[in-house]
Design a protein around this ligand. Structure first.
Ligand code: SF4
Length: 421
């Protein structure tokens, strides 16, 4: 096993423009406040498209929390929240957001966020989202709407799923009334068509970029996808991120056509499941020293949304509310373990993956739940090498860099032996 300490993966040039794209998003937020336009906090997994379609400026506290982590501010906010009585074990996104509230920080560059007109949450990904916004809506004294999404567990029948769709649709109609009541804005069909079409195109190009990552060597690494995913959940429905993703796709395709990989000495192809450590993204460069590149992340892929073949562009354009209910009911994290194992197995095969790294995220039960069972099945039933690392996406106190480094080195040795068999 060779260790090439000098080798680094090359980011796409177009991804560097991501900063401008996100800058546009924060400017739009500032402008909304200046002009007195309605704003809403939204949790990931909610139909942010409907906010754009109703001329409400969305803000995603999870996105702000990642900025706190990347700028090395999350720990102090988390500790502030803990001083207020919130447990060490609670989600660090929540505590980062609570810490910014407690400190009165509204500086976007530190992950601060302002009081919104209202809040929108859902339990589609986690119940933390709902409790988080309940607590914050009370503190800020703003209205809060939550969308309840039943989870598809083993033995959920088609009849139940049809009922779930109607149940979600009813709530979405209610949500539109809620927004109209607060803002006076109505859902205009033409505007909704434009927004949903942009969102569809955005998700589809993201998926096409992932398709290119099936190529050996992979043209795209996590340097493009970890940050690149943000427009998918902060700006679904706008035109400019679509253009950014088109440029990323074009550049990645050129690499594929010319046999160029993001990592010049690609040797091991990996999957990383879970939220990355936003406080230490450079940590992932460590893998590259061994010629290991992450070519697929279920987490970043999940935000492309349009994975369910029932959701067509026509459905989105004609009946966005129905389409949104389908989307909410096909989000990656609502699947049971059996489906998850099957999807992992298919992905490992299609993306020619040598090993899987699973992030046992101390903040996040939906991410971490079932991880040991998943590992057991992938290793025993499909002979896929797996490594679980325990850490936290926003709390640097919970990442033991030396220990994880040692475990990754041992894992690479395992991959090496596995490949030589
Ligand atoms: S990290 Fe997990 S628990 Fe926290 S908000 Fe995200 S999905 Fe929910």
């Amino acid at each position: 096993m060779s260790n090439n300490a000098h080798v680094k993966s090359q980011m796409l040039k177009s991804t560097i423009k991501l900063k401008n794209e996100m800058g546009r998003h924060y400017l739009a937020i500032e402008q909304a406040y200046r002009e007195g336009k309605p704003t809403a906090w939204a949790t990931s997994g909610t139909p942010v498209e409907l906010l754009y379609a109703m001329e409400v400026q969305p803000m995603l506290p999870e996105n702000s929390a990642t900025i706190s982590a990347a700028t090395k501010n999350s720990q102090k906010f988390i500790e502030l929240a803990e001083d207020e009585g919130f447990s060490y074990d609670l989600c660090s996104y929540f505590k980062t957001n609570m810490g910014t509230t407690l400190s009165g920080t509204t500086d976007l560059g530190m992950g601060g966020i302002k009081k919104p007109t209202f809040m929108l949450s859902s339990d589609v990904i986690c119940d933390t989202h709902v409790k988080w916004f309940q607590v914050q809506a009370e503190r800020y004294n703003v209205p809060h709407f939550t969308i309840d999404v039943p989870h598809v567990v083993s033995n959920t029948s088609n009849r139940q799923i049809e009922y779930y769709k109607k149940y979600i649709q009813e709530q979405l109609w209610e949500f539109l009334d809620f927004v109209t009541e607060i803002t006076g804005h109505k859902l205009e069909h033409d505007k909704a068509r434009v927004v949903t079409e942009n969102s569809y195109n955005l998700g589809k190009i993201w998926q096409e970029i992932f398709e290119l990552r099936k190529t050996i060597p992979s043209p795209v690494s996590t340097k493009d996808t970890f940050g690149g995913l943000f427009p998918l959940f902060t700006m679904p429905g706008l035109k400019t991120p679509v253009k950014l993703y088109q440029r990323m796709y074009k550049e990645a395709k050129e690499r594929v056509d010319n046999g160029i990989g993001a990592l010049s000495n690609e040797k091991y192809r990996l999957m990383f499941e879970g939220i990355p450590f936003w406080h230490n993204l450079k940590y992932f460069n460590f893998l590259e020293q061994f010629g290991a590149i992450i070519v697929y992340e279920p987490y970043t892929y999940a935000f492309s949304k349009f994975m369910n073949p029932n959701i067509t562009k026509e459905m989105l354009l004609d009946n966005p509310v129905k389409a949104m209910s389908e989307i909410m009911l096909s989000f990656w994290y609502i699947y049971d373990l059996k489906t998850r194992i099957q999807k992992f197995e298919e992905t490992v095969r299609d993306w020619k993956i040598d090993g899987v790294i699973l992030h046992d995220n101390l903040s996040c039960r939906p991410n971490a739940c079932g991880l040991y069972d998943l590992k057991k099945h992938l290793m025993e039933d499909f002979d896929i090498p797996c490594l679980i690392i325990t850490a936290d996406m926003n709390d640097p106190r919970k990442l033991n860099t030396t220990q994880v480094r040692n475990r990754i080195e041992s894992f690479i040795e395992l991959l090496d032996r596995h490949k030589k068999r």
